[in-house]
Design a protein around this ligand. Sequence first.
Ligand code: AMP
Length: 401
Amino acid sequence: MKILVINAGSSSLKYQVYDMSSETALASGRVERIGMDSSILVHEPHHTDETSEVSEILDHTTAIRKVLDKLTDAEVGVVKSIDEIEAVGHRVVHGGETFKGSVLVTSEVKAEIRRLFDLAPLHNPACMMGIKAAESNMPNVPQVCVFDTAFHQSMPARSYMYAIPQVLYKKHKIRRYGFHGTSHDYVSKQAAAVVNRPLEDLKIITCHIGNGGSLTAVQGGKSVDTTMGMTPLEGLMMGTRSGDLDPAIVPYTMSKEDLTVNEVNSMLNKHSGLQAISGTSSDMREIEEGMQNGEPNATLAFEMYEYRIRKYIGAYAAAMDGADVIVFTAGVGENSATVRQRVCEKLTFLGVEIDQELNKIRSKEPRYISTPNSKIAVLVIPTNEELMIARDTYRLANNAK
Ligand code: AMP
């Protein structure tokens, strides 16, 4: 069975095609600047060179039609006919409390995702555009939604409740949901395979640190706490997001700087984090370069970023009364030996011992970076959210047959 995986944003759309008989990706690509002038489609078939083309792509339906044209193209295509694609999997950011796992798309599912627009006003409407566009291009193909929040639905109330009037939870569903669930789920399962122990017996701290970042405490294969909250703003310091801060800063800043709700939201989500402290970049590569050149703001940005990851690792070891494995994943976690080194070198109180040479190796394979003596196994595991989405889509589409 071949499966198309779609990750739709408001003006972009990423895709991958999987052959599930071998779980291999046949092609991937992206459409950017949908609805703006000079949209671009970059198609990367895995058997030949990537192609790109600039044209006017007015909406998501047209974007998917163009993607399907590429997938069936005589030279750069990967299927003979679109009928070979037997299911479509969609990444959906917010599943609220309703979706505790992946589901086949029905009219009820779409209505519920629409009801959740309030909780993810930027993300869920875009996901819905992706679903509708796929349905209109492939009307007889099963569509599946895989939610970023679903993995965290196992959290106990003590982790997901905020200490504010309960009426706000009851009326408006204000609680911690957590995100990157597909990634935390994937790397924790991979970690169990790497250390060759049953997932049910393990306490794992998964560090998904990319442009956005979150840590999760995974006990027995289930999320018991995670750093992102009702929205992806809470927790770690990120590329452009502030992460944790005293909530009183919000009304104080609004009154002092005469900011609107939208302006303060934008400040915390788009103009904070590494970008704000370094004053130059949200990209960890540039922060590290700045630090090597002795730039004080880049150094401070790095130290704040690394310190908060370390603080949460300590917190999650306490949350689970110990930890067997720490996993680093996503752009920074997979690529920055410096961040991993600096986080781990002050975790000696937990018995963490890093092998400096192993930590420097660059590889796409899951690997140890801790020594055999380390009390906690420290691993680098490349995440693969698309494969997880393809697996769930395959399972649900097969069940529906
Ligand atoms: P992601 O959101 O998972 O795609 O991660 C993107 C981020 O990974 C970029 O913004 C960079 O900050 C970071 N990154 C990628 N490669 C490296 C590297 N070699 N060293 C440090 N950070 C990196």
